[in-house]
Design a protein around this ligand. Structure first.
Ligand code: SAM
Length: 235
């Protein structure tokens, strides 16, 4: 997979390329992550990327020419899906991450200032929000998307099963996990996990995932029940 991050702060991209699983994925050629500096597509000597809003109001607005120039440059290298990070976009989910992991080239456009000139939206395939809050720029949201997508690419995680069992994958939050020691500050690991009885462990994990999802994420639990019921009718 090829990922372009269109930003006025290209150095920020080092945040996701330099460590851990993403760095390994890059080193092994499973993904290429490139920063495209929007300033390089500004027409003036000062490489201006913002201007005051028509009609007045606070803050500055990202100019269309450099952003669209950067999008066209990225698309020119290979066809790609253009995604604008925006608090006004569709909420990012694990299902979305899974869908995007099937793309060949993601072009992530990071807004800054008070936002972007509305006409930029005509050059974008979709908008993604990482939650109902406003950040100062689209870089952190882009990194959230990159992290969630890249770990789903085949070969990136050592154990493929780990993305199948974790939260959201099966429509539920993940069951509680424990590691050594078996007792920590008087807190024991549940007996069943020490039993070596595979079927019992699976049953306990399922039960815990159901309980946990019902308590912590009732909407997800309701959807799980609906889908389970639907599958029952179909089958
Ligand atoms: N005034 C804009 C609005 O109300 O929609 C918000 C602009 S925000 C200060 C600057 C940039 O940060 C946005 O253009 C977007 O790229 C990014 N951003 C902020 N919050 C975000 C979120 N929750 N999800 C995705 N991107 C976000």
């Amino acid at each position: 997979m090829f990922i372009d991050v269109l930003t006025i702060f290209p150095e920020m991209v080092d945040l996701v390329t330099g460590w851990s699983i993403l760095k390994r994925a890059i080193d092994r050629g499973l993904v290429t992550i490139r920063a495209v500096n929007i300033r390089d597509f500004a027409a003036d000597r000062h490489r201006t990327t913002d201007d005051t809003p028509y009609g007045g109001g606070p803050g500055m607005v990202m100019k269309p020419e450099p952003v669209v120039g950067a999008i066209e440059y990225a698309k020119g290298t290979r066809p790609g899906r253009v995604i604008l990070l925006s608090p006004q976009g569709e909420r990012f989910t694990q299902a979305k991450a899974r869908a995007l992991s099937g793309e060949n080239h993601l072009i992530l456009v990071c807004g800054r200032y008070e936002g972007i000139d509305e006409r930029i939206r005509a050059f974008v395939d979709e908008e993604i929000s990482i939650g109902d809050y406003v950040l100062t720029g689209g870089e952190l949201p882009a990194f959230v998307v990159i992290d969630a997508v890249v770990r789903l690419l085949p070969g990136v995680l050592g154990n493929e099963a780990s993305t199948e069992e974790e939260s959201f994958a099966g429509g539920l939050l993940e069951y509680p996990q424990y590691t050594r020691p078996s007792v920590f500050r008087n807190l024991p690991v549940p007996e069943v996990l020490l039993s070596g009885h595979h079927a019992k462990i699976q049953a306990w994990r399922k039960e815990m995932a159901l309980k946990r999802t019902k308590k912590r994420h009732p909407a997800l639990y309701a959807r799980y029940l609906r889908e389970k019921e639907g599958a029952g009718h179909d089958g």
